[in-house]
Design a protein around this ligand. Structure first.
Ligand SMILES: Nc1ncnc2c1ncn2[C@@H]1O[C@H](COP(=O)(O)OP(=O)(O)OP(=O)(O)O)[C@@H](O)[C@H]1O
Length: 231
């Protein structure tokens, strides 16, 4: 479980989120949606205890408070959407092995590789991969950690439709196994498909929608309503 209470967040004099509270349950996938620059990455990195932003409020992941850096880092894994996690001169195999060993994870390298569809290029170095292949590898690293809570920043970016479907199925399967997952995205149809709830950042507040209620509003409709006047 991940929760934050009375969280105010920003950079310098710019406030992105004001007095926001939310609890995410085990086994839940939450989509995080907002226009560019509204603070999705800032929120995810703050929840991962990575610092860099001005933050006030109480955050805890699986009962571990955010100020307990070492224990928090053993609980939550943040995967950026820009391949910045990866080492250009290391191979795909190196990365999956490293994730397993640093996190003392029981996941097998072969199973992660097969499930993520990266088994065909395990010996390639990151600098020789396409953008989509790097994104697949970033997600494979996240899954290989077996962290209870995954914070995924635009995970479906650069993936082809087959890999979007593959990772949609993986995220749902991980949720069934009790993981808590937050995924920011601009691909609203996929957000509807993956998420149990969708959290929108609007006017420095969080608006929460139930993505599973039949007849409920779709992400695209809510997006149009909330951000009609956003520049
Ligand atoms: N290190 C930083 N120092 C100062 N301002 C920052 C820093 N990082 C981000 N910002 C600013 O904070 C705001 C929110 O940025 P953030 O990356 O969290 O948005 P986002 O919703 O993830 O955007 P996108 O959809 O484009 O990825 C932006 O105005 C950005 O310029």
């Amino acid at each position: 479980m991940l929760s934050f209470c009375h969280l105010t967040l920003g950079h310098g004099s710019v406030t992105l989120l004001e007095d926001a509270s939310l609890t995410l349950e085990r086994g839940e996938v939450v989509g995080l949606v907002a226009p560019n620059g509204f603070g999705k990455t800032t929120l995810l990195t703050t929840l991962a205890g990575m610092g860099g932003a001005r933050a006030r409020g109480k955050i805890s992941v699986q009962g571990v408070p955010a100020h307990d850096g070492a224990r928090l880092r053993a609980t939550v894994f943040y995967a950026p959407g820009d391949a910045s996690l990866l080492y250009p001169s290391c191979t795909v195999l190196d990365h999956v092995r490293m994730a397993r060993s640093l996190w003392a994870s029981p996941c097998s390298v072969e199973a992660v590789a097969r499930t993520c569809g990266i088994d065909g290029f395990m010996r390639k170095r990151v600098r020789t991969l396409s953008q989509g292949m790097k994104q697949q590898l970033t997600l494979a690293v996240a899954y290989a950690t077996n962290a209870p809570c995954l914070l995924l920043d635009e995970p479906m970016n650069a993936l082809d439709p087959t890999n979007v479907q593959r990772n949609t199925a993986i995220l749902r399967a991980l949720a069934r196994r009790g993981k808590t997952i937050v995924m920011s995205s601009h691909i609203l149809e996929n957000v509807d498909e993956v998420s149990d709830r969708i959290v929108f950042i609007s006017d420095k507040s969080l608006i929460v929608a139930d993505a599973r209620s039949s007849g409920g509003e779709r992400a695209r409709d809510i997006y149009r309503r909330l951000y009609r006047n956003a520049s």
